[in-house]
Design a protein around this ligand. Structure first.
Ligand SMILES: [Zn+2]
Length: 103
């Protein structure tokens, strides 16, 4: 029998899961914030800002150290938190976009 691979949290994978959810929320909400343009630059800014504000989550107990699962990300509470953070980031970016205003 081969030795099992040591369990260690994969930060990259966890961030990817959160990013995926963030992007989904971004696309759902982009039309709901007045003045938010939603171009690639603005989207990158919103996702970066939101990622910096969302605490990474780890499961507890027996699955200590494992990354949050896709199912857990689907939970209403997590989605609501992500939605609030994305909306707030969109408002900030809409108020001060880094690209030049459209002519
Ligand atoms: Zn833009």
């Amino acid at each position: 029998m081969t030795e099992s691979t040591p369990l260690r949290p994969s930060a990259a994978r966890m961030i990817n899961l959160i990013e995926e959810s963030l992007e989904e929320q971004h696309d759902l909400l982009r039309n709901k914030v007045a003045g938010y343009c939603g171009c690639t630059q603005c989207k990158d800014d919103v996702l970066t800002m939101a990622l910096n504000q969302i605490r990474p989550r780890y499961t507890s107990g027996a699955r200590r150290g494992s990354v949050i699962t896709r199912a857990e990300l689907q939970q209403e509470q997590a989605r609501a938190e992500i939605m609030v953070v994305v909306l707030e980031a969109m408002r900030k970016v809409a108020a001060a976009p880094r690209h030049l205003p459209k002519g």
